[in-house]
Design a protein around this ligand. Structure first.
Ligand SMILES: CC(C)(COP(=O)(O)OP(=O)(O)OC[C@H]1O[C@@H](n2cnc3c(N)ncnc32)[C@H](O)[C@@H]1OP(=O)(O)O)[C@@H](O)C(=O)NCCC(=O)NCCS
Length: 192
């Protein structure tokens, strides 16, 4: 019989908000001051088309979202990040870890980028770092993500980041008033 594997102790990742860095990006805690940056992507229907949240119609919606971030973090449900370009220093989008399971050593990630920053490889760069962080620092065994069946750009980000398409979940989410089908991607830590 295989030896028991203990749940991960993730306490330290919830004591101080993690800060991740890549060559061009900084992934840091989201703050209320990011409201204009959040509004820039969240009010764009082209960006929210495949996202679960309704398109923001006023800056108050973005503030309300930002107010949920520290609560979700304190509850250890999500680790939300602002994605900041280092040079010039600019807010370009957001990403997060969710479905964080210390018991199963697994985690999911999600992301969104303001439209004018699409096409530069920023999200692939961010996702690769999130995967590295989840495996090497958090000790995860599995990192997963889902994307809409039609969200070709997002699927390419996941594939370029080394994730494999594991399957398709039909009518998995109720989004913007209709049931939508999503593709599930994941990558496993090798050598465990
Ligand atoms: C999904 C989303 C983040 C993808 O953004 P993106 O800019 O297309 O993705 P990347 O950051 O990886 O950029 C890749 C593109 O930049 C190009 N690129 C330029 N420089 C690059 C570099 N240094 N490295 C990698 N790609 C680079 C690539 O050729 C690629 O173009 P292609 O897809 O036409 O081949 C973006 O479309 C988005 O925010 N959509 C709305 C929200 C959303 O759908 N989120 C996901 C929900 S599951």
């Amino acid at each position: 019989m295989a030896a028991e594997i203990a749940p991960l102790d993730l306490s330290r990742f919830f004591e101080t908000h993690p800060l991740l860095e890549t060559a061009r990006l900084r992934l840091r805690e989201l703050r209320i001051e990011d409201k204009e940056g959040v509004y820039a992507y969240a009010s764009d229907p082209e960006v929210t088309r495949y996202m679960i949240f309704p398109t923001h119609t006023s800056i108050e919606d973005s503030i309300a979202y930002l107010e949920t971030c520290p609560k979700n973090f304190a509850a250890r449900e999500r680790i939300p990040f602002a994605i900041e370009l280092k040079d010039p220093r600019e807010f370009i989008g957001a990403c997060d870890f969710h479905h964080i399971s210390p018991q199963h050593h697994s985690i999911e990630l999600g992301y969104t980028l303001t439209r004018k920053y699409w096409g530069f490889g920023y999200m692939t760069e961010a996702v690769r770092e999130m995967i590295r962080f989840a495996f090497e620092e958090m000790g995860m065994h599995r990192v997963a993500a889902t994307c809409d069946l039609e969200n070709v750009r997002s699927a390419r980000v996941l594939e370029r980041s080394g994730m494999q398409h594991e399957g398709t979940f039909h009518d998995y989410e109720l989004r913007h008033g209709r049931f939508v089908t999503v593709k599930c991607y994941a990558t496993l830590k090798t050598g465990d």
